[in-house]
Design a protein around this ligand. Structure first.
Ligand SMILES: [Zn+2]
Ligand SMILES: [Zn+2]
Length: 341
């Protein structure tokens, strides 16, 4: 018991019964012992076990030596073993390799790739009768193997529309930024950007969380603009411990933010507000934007921290930070329903 908590405990004794005190003590101690931390990681990476150019050992070394706390190895239709890698490079609360697979399927000419995070076994591509059916069947197969599914690069091969993605059930995660140079994050030719697709999906009342990932394949082709290099997009996950289930379950409940370079010192949501504090660099300026239904700009703040106060009719609220050199961060949407009168 710290000295700081003692006056509060005395207050609790004065105000309530012994049982109330015990509940209070439990709550304080639990929050002290298990204070969540932010862990930086990448959920989409390839090695020579599929079409990457580097051995798993070198891939893991790259992420560990570049300030990440976890990486998921997601080879195409291969479950790369992580036990030996964790024995070599894992370190309690410092670094973790998490098992994964990019379940690689298609419908006609459309590539349909769904990551399985921390599955218990290899999942084979399931096929199906439409693009939505293929994704749905693979999502269910991933769930059946205790994995967490995330739909990858919807506009690679112009494979999936917002309308199609919104029909998939038992799905919480999809990529809004992928670092591969051929995945069309920004849309084009009448197809909206992945971020605009996200707003379309959320505006239908379907809650999906948006991931930024590397989809790194090439750790050696430094001067090749067609290479898919690491360090492009990542997530910061808020979890109690650096353990596979703690990380993937935090992702699944939206307790993370995505980034291509902007970092946050803090992010907090209460019943009435959403507040962001940007970790500013001296050479940059920032715009913090709060976005609601149909991608509407609800509020823009030029100062950090920035607080948005919920009105109740926004449908959802999410925040995006725009940095003056093009870097971004995206927080996850919070569904806002008007209180019944
Ligand atoms: Zn892919
Ligand atoms: Zn990939």
């Amino acid at each position: 018991m710290t000295r700081r908590l003692l006056p509060l405990l005395v207050l609790a004794v004065l105000l309530g019964s012994t049982a109330a005190l015990r509940r209070f003590e439990d709550r304080v101690l639990t929050s002290q012992q298990r204070a969540p931390r932010w862990y930086k990681g990448n959920t989409h990476t390839h090695t020579i076990n599929s079409d990457g150019d580097s051995h798993p050992d070198d891939v893991v070394k790259w992420y560990r030596s570049h300030g990440y706390q976890f990486v998921m190895l997601t080879d195409h239709n291969v479950l790369t073993s992580v036990e030996g890698l964790n024995a070599l490079h894992g370190l309690d609360a410092r670094f973790l390799v998490i098992r994964g697979e990019e379940v690689t399927d298609r419908f006609g000419t459309k590539p349909l790739h769904i990551n399985a995070l921390d599955p218990s076994r290899l999942i084979s591509a399931q096929g199906g009768s439409s693009a939505v059916d293929v994704v749905q069947r693979n999502v269910h197969a991933i769930r059946a193997a205790d994995g967490i599914p995330h739909v990858n690069h919807p506009s690679f091969g112009w494979a999936l529309s917002a309308e199609e993605l919104a029909q998939v059930r038992d799905l919480k995660l999809f990529e809004i930024f992928n670092g591969h140079p051929q995945v069309n994050n920004e849309g084009g030719g009448g197809v909206p950007s992945l971020e605009a697709m996200w707003d379309q999906i959320l505006s239908r009342g379907v809650l999906l969380y948006g991931l930024a990932v590397d989809d790194a394949h090439h750790f050696k082709r430094h001067d090749d603009r067609t290479a898919s290099r690491p360090g492009k997009g990542w997530v910061y996950v808020r979890a109690d411990t650096l353990a596979p289930r703690a990380i993937v379950e935090a992702l699944e409940r939206g307790d993370f933010y995505s980034s291509t370079g902007v970092e946050l010192n803090d992010y907090a949501v209460t019943d009435s507000t959403m507040t962001l504090t940007v970790r500013e660099t001296v050479w940059s300026k920032y715009r913090i934007q709060f976005i609601g239904r149909n991608g509407a700009l609800l509020q823009e703040s030029l100062e950090s921290p920035a607080t948005y106060r919920f009105r109740g009719d926004e449908g959802y609220v999410r925040a995006r930070v725009l940095e003056s050199n093009g870097e971004r961060a995206w927080t996850q949407p919070v569904m806002v329903a008007a209180a019944p009168r």
